[in-house]
Design a protein around this ligand. Sequence first.
Ligand code: DQA
Length: 143
Amino acid sequence: MNILILHGPNLNLLGEREPAIYGSQTLEDINNELQSRAEGYNISLRIEQSNHEGVLIDRIQENRKWADALIINPGAFTHYSYAIRDAIAAFNKPTIEVHLSDLSKREEFRKHSVLSGLENVRRIMGKGAAGYFEALDSLAIKE
Ligand code: DQA
């Protein structure tokens, strides 16, 4: 199984960025843990972080044949990028939207995700870094 993992804008600053909300683990810590779990499951990962909407869309498109599933934290693009929504709809394979924080308990503008309603997408939020690990585990178990 091949899984594409994408981290959106500002997630490169995890660990130093608002740790009370996003936790103290760095993105590197999270990626290392994902990688070691994936090896245990015999899953290949491609992991990338980008601050740019178009780069995230390019990666979804480029990996659409390679990847069997997508795990994505689109950062603030979650709330307004119809272009990322369209890319994930076109990808049309199991996708897990991960958010470190619980969007339902934050500012109004964060309560809506443009990925809502896509049949291939489910959401894990409010579990910190553990949400990414749960996402990987659930895809591995379904295989
Ligand atoms: C986030 C929540 C978003 O609202 C925010 O813009 C982020 C991170 C989360 O993981 O909780 O960058 O997606």
